[in-house]
Ligand binder design. Sequence first.
Ligand code: SF4
Ligand code: SF4
Length: 458
Amino acid sequence: MDTTQTMGALDDGAGVRLAPEAVRQSRPEIVSWNVTQRCNLRCSHCYLDAGQRAPAELSTQESFRLIDQLVLAGTQMLILSGGEPLLRHDLVPLAAYAASRGLLVVLGTNGTALTPSNIGQLRAAGVAGAGISLDSTCAAQHDRFRGVPGAWEGAIRGLRACVAQELPVLLQMTVLPWNYQEVAGMVALASREGATGFTLYFLVCTGRGEQLSDITPQQYEEALAVLVEAQPRYPQMMVRARCTPQISRVAAVRGSSLVGNAGCLAARQYCRITPEGDVTPCPYLPLVAGSVREQPFESIWQRAPLLQRLRQEAPAGRCGRCDFQESCGGCRARAFALAGDLAGEDPWCTYQPPGQRPEQGAGQTPAARAPRPVWAAEADQRLQRIPPFIRARVKVAVEQQAAAKGEAEITGAVMTAALESLGRRIPFPRPRATSATAGAGSPGSGEPAPELTAARQP
Ligand code: SF4
Ligand code: SF4
């Protein structure tokens, strides 16, 4: 798929279905930045078609300016990924600068280039954690998929080095036809190895992944059910899925304690920046909203017609009349990739909603149907101190717990009780201040949010 494709002005005239007001108020809280296209692996599904450095990657000075622009726009969490980000020579200075400007900085890596030495540098720079990709309990299967012998051993070595140096680490698995029955085994492996979280990624067919056959919608449902059932068995880890907003429906109908899913965040709280500085709604949507070389990031985020459309237009088809629309809404990239319609229904969902959009809460569990508790000011302030990438999910989970106990108001005490049961599943607390990050102002002062520190006590 052509990742340079751009989108022109969009007709937002008659017939456009508008999403709720809350959806239209948006900030780019989480930004995923592919800092380089260089990579030492040849993964079959790579959406960047990574390998060699791209000819026009942002320079170090352009990258510093970009970080300043992200801070101005209200970004709170920066994911440095690639390609393989550890192959970028100025990764540590960029991470240190972003952390010093108050961003929560995490790394997305294949793990093979992690060493005790560079993990120490990343920690000193203020990096809060790393997500390492691993797709199988079988080394040979993983190596075949990742295109390089020894990739599995390298990822495990990197994971263990992070754990040894107390850098929080997530194990990230991409689910495919050949490994979808390994989900339970991979969650167990993540727990055994000391990961703070396990994330299951669902493929959207773009980049090199365009040639792969996806798992079927029924297999999606099976994999999600396994994930939902795994969470209570591993209370010390956060178990979650990415790019399958349907997890909230699967969790709700099973009355699961899985931390709630806030649906697709693309263009609402999240976007991706390519190595050359193009802004896209997410890594799997090959539509460019603008270039940070041509206009400030905040201007792209606020004004790009593509991003405005994703915020404002409610989905059509089954997603448009679905009782889980608010917590799910379907994957926009999948709707675009498979049917060419950004606002279409997610064709990879098996759910058949009622004929018309029902009353809010119909079809959900009793706890989900209960009136939503209100947030007392003190509890709301504490909620705002939770890292943004997990805040919406924590909010939903706390509200579900409060509603299940018949609490009409979420006070500080209710919040504390809920966080105690969730606390060990918060994967990336802010790191403590280091010489590189000291001096930055709140909220990115390098101090862990007090409620998360408390909640992580055994
Ligand atoms: S559009 Fe799909 S792939 Fe992109 S962020 Fe949303 S759920 Fe994930
Ligand atoms: S029909 Fe759409 S909104 Fe409803 S659960 Fe499926 S993907 Fe989500």
